[in-house]
Design a protein around this ligand. Structure first.
Ligand SMILES: Cc1cc2nc3c(=O)[nH]c(=O)nc-3n(C[C@H](O)[C@H](O)[C@H](O)COP(=O)(O)OP(=O)(O)OC[C@H]3O[C@@H](n4cnc5c(N)ncnc54)[C@H](O)[C@@H]3O)c2cc1C
Length: 474
């Protein structure tokens, strides 16, 4: 058997590709997963980090999507409680809000109904009850609030779990980061894929019976290069940015949903995490390089303006921003081009009987999004598809949690370097250690630079980096 031939190859190691990779491996089908950059380094680590039905989509009457997403959210709360936690979200209503409290109550009832009443039941609060719960909120014109349940997820970590869990179930499955697809051709009934190692520039040709393109927002850009496919654009990419704000400036206990004052009537989530508060998001068309999207000054002002309207006492300024991140939503084009109103449903295209392109969707629904593809591939190998398999708890052990600085022993560091395939110093810091910047380093005894400089030899057994790179890390 040709070692470079696989039953199936998945191109794109975000949550969608990782979910399909895991499901196929759970069915014993050896699969190759590749990503041009590090796994989950693009959209799937730049989300608002919520598993949610999408309260906002009630307005678009996307009931099917909300139903499915709420079902998935409640499943993950049971399967992966270490990655997803239920939180109560407060949605305050003001005199000038678009919807009065009674309409909000109907919406929240519908939301709970669509969850099959598996959600923690919603509540409606008077202005006094709202301020008792969240005293930093602006009291002026406050009419009350709705409280409903959704979940917060460790988005990058969940994707990594899917990838490393697959290997536990299927020895022959393989995941390669920093490996890009350069060329794609169908000859007879076999797909030929030319791959490039992005760090060494080496190339390799692999073949497959099936190919799955799970390229998220990069779908059109990548597929347009392959003449055989005659690919026409299917996406309406939409940029969204977030800020991490110092928690001492905004010491919230619960997440809040605030409504923007623009005509789009967008919502902004203000979500307290362990040591910082996440604020976002925006929604814009962009012509930036999707691999290098950055928050603009306008977006920063937009988010800060709304924060200060809702929390005037906090007086948040740019000095209170710890870091920011931006991503591109891979929305599938519909008739109009209103980003906010475009559905978050996914779509699967079949350029050939055994080639699949999956686009759109939400992080929350990744498990069910890929099932149609996995079912078809299983059918082609006469393997019965068992949708219960992907409900198994993760067997992978990812050493991520204790690494916020406090207990980063040499052994823990070796485990990460050996088991989780970081390929650059940035991977190690940014994702494996969940440290977006040095500002968040909270190791009591040692500074960031000294800690990593001392372990340079150890780190360089796995990849090369210099002491200067460590010191220069932002
Ligand atoms: C601002 C924002 C907030 C969001 N918030 C939420 C939320 O709270 N909850 C929710 O459910 N959803 C949310 N979403 C949506 C969700 O994040 C995305 O739907 C999901 O992460 C998309 O995953 P993906 O795997 O399709 O794409 P990606 O994660 O982008 O993965 C695609 C991969 O393809 C790789 N790639 C590109 N070119 C090549 C090539 N030539 N060869 C090999 N690999 C290649 C890329 O490196 C990338 O890793 C949000 C999205 C955004 C942008």
């Amino acid at each position: 058997m040709n070692p470079n031939h696989y039953p199936d190859i998945i191109v794109g190691g975000g949550i969608v590709g990782a979910g399909i990779y895991r499901d196929l491996s759970l069915h014993g089908i050896p699969t190759l997963l590749i990503d041009k950059k590090d796994f989950t380094s693009q959209t799937s680590e730049r989300s608002s980090k919520m598993l949610h039905g999408g309260i906002r989509y009630l307005e678009n009457l996307d009931f099917q999507l909300i139903f499915e997403a709420l079902h998935e959210k409640n499943l993950w709360l049971k399967i992966a409680p270490e990655l997803a936690q239920e939180r109560e979200f407060i949605l305050p209503v003001y005199e000038n809000s678009k919807r009065p409290v009674w309409q909000l109550a109907i919406g929240l009832f519908l939301y709970d109904l669509l969850s099959g009443f598996k959600n923690k039941p919603f509540k409606i609060l008077s202005p006094k009850q709202t301020l008792d719960l969240e005293p930093t909120l602006n009291p002026q014109g406050l009419k009350g609030a709705g409280v409903y349940a959704d979940a917060i997820v460790e988005d990058a970590l969940m994707t990594l779990h899917c990838i490393f869990d697959a290997k536990k179930h299927c020895e022959k499955s393989k995941a390669l980061n920093y490996t890009s697809l350069q060329n794609f051709e169908k000859k007879d009934d076999i797909f030929h894929l030319e791959l490039k190692n992005e760090l060494t520039n080496e190339s390799l040709t692999v073949t497959a019976d099936h190919v799955v393109f799970a390229l998220g927002p990069f779908t059109d850009q990548v597929l347009k290069n392959f003449h055989q496919l005659h690919w026409q654009d299917v996406l309406l990419p939409s940029k969204g940015s977030h800020l991490w704000i110092k928690k001492e400036k905004l010491p919230l206990d619960r997440p809040l949903v605030i409504t923007s004052h623009d005509k789009e009537d967008r919502v902004i989530f203000v979500i307290p995490h362990a040591d910082k508060v996440l604020v976002g998001t925006t929604e814009l068309k962009t012509k930036e390089n999707f691999f290098d999207v950055k928050i603009s000054k306008d977006e920063i002002h937009y988010l800060l303006r709304h924060l200060n309207d809702y929390f005037p006492k906090a007086q948040i300024t740019e000095d209170d921003i710890l870091s920011s991140f931006s991503g591109i939503r891979p929305l599938v084009k519909e008739d109009g081009d209103n980003l906010g109103k475009t559905s978050r449903e996914h779509k699967i295209y079949r350029p050939y009987a055994k080639a699949f392109v999956i686009a759109g969707g939400k992080y929350t629904t990744f498990r069910t999004m890929g099932q149609e593809i996995t079912r078809t591939i299983c059918l082609n190998y006469r393997i019965p598809y068992n949708h219960e398999l992907s409900l198994e708890k993760f067997q992978s052990k990812i050493h991520f949690k204790p690494l916020h600085g406090e207990q980063l022993s040499d052994t823990a560091l070796i485990n990460i370097l050996r088991d989780e395939s970081p390929k650059t110093f940035e991977d190690l810091i940014k994702r494996r250690l969940a440290l977006p910047t040095k500002k968040l380093w909270r190791h009591k005894e040692e500074s960031f630079d000294i800690f990593f400089s001392k372990r340079l030899n150890l780190i360089n057994q796995y990849f090369h980096c210099t002491k200067e790179e460590i010191e220069q890390y932002p």
